[in-house]
Design a protein around this ligand. Structure first.
Ligand SMILES: O=C(O)CCC(=O)C(=O)O
Ligand SMILES: [Mn+2]
Length: 194
């Protein structure tokens, strides 16, 4: 379902994108295959542990939040999913960042995916597996209309496109009391360094 936002931004949300059995087996495979770690980031000059686990794959290094994710090969399950997401979004993604929210205490702060190596107005696709979590989407400009909250369920796909990263921020707030896990995979197209 295409959701137009203001200023040329849009979302494309497809809740049942992966059939449940396929989503189940992907969740199990990615949990095992990916090299999960909890990284330190620098926030307001202080080193803190990210409140979630991450893993990634791609043949171009990615710098974000003061850290560098060095190139790593795609695992078999991540490679299969990459091919499907590329075809569905019609974008030649070459990088995936996986986030593992171990419970409702894990989260991701409001941010935009606007690093220089993504180029102007990048399309970013998010595949969700496991427990549903709320993705909040907020306009950057105070008073601008249209905030959006979406519950991203098992097997769903969300594509953020147009000027979304220029005009909106997104994040996954804590949901205290939630005991179960979610893995999200965010697909990006990184431009190669010159
Ligand atoms: O977990 C999510 O749905 C959001 C992930 C995200 O925004 C990111 O990896 O940049
Ligand atoms: Mn993001």
């Amino acid at each position: 379902m295409r959701i137009p936002l203001v200023f040329g931004a849009w979302l494309d949300h497809e809740p049942g994108w992966l059939p449940p059995e396929e989503a189940d087996s992907l969740l199990a495979a990615l949990r095992d295959e990916l090299g999960w770690e909890q990284r330190e980031i620098v926030l307001f000059g202080q080193r803190i542990l990210q409140p979630r686990l991450i893993a990634w794959a791609g043949d171009v290094g990615y710098r974000y939040s003061g850290q560098t994710l060095e190139p790593r090969p795609f695992t078999p399950a991540a490679q299969r999913l990459l091919a499907r997401v590329r075809e569905r979004a019609n974008v030649p993604f070459n990088h995936v960042l996986a986030n593992r929210y171990r419970s409702g205490d894990d989260s991701m702060g409001l941010h935009a995916d606007d690093e220089p190596e993504l180029g102007e107005d990048p399309v970013v696709a998010i595949v969700s597996l496991g427990t549903s979590r709320r993705l909040v989407i907020r306009p950057r400009r105070k008073g601008a209309p249209q905030r959006h909250d979406l519950d991203l369920s098992h097997g769903s796909l969300l594509v953020m496109g147009g000027t979304c990263q220029r005009h909106y921020m997104h994040g996954v707030p804590r949901q205290p009391g939630l005991q179960s896990e979610r893995i999200s995979l965010t697909f990006r197209r990184l431009l190669r360094p010159p």
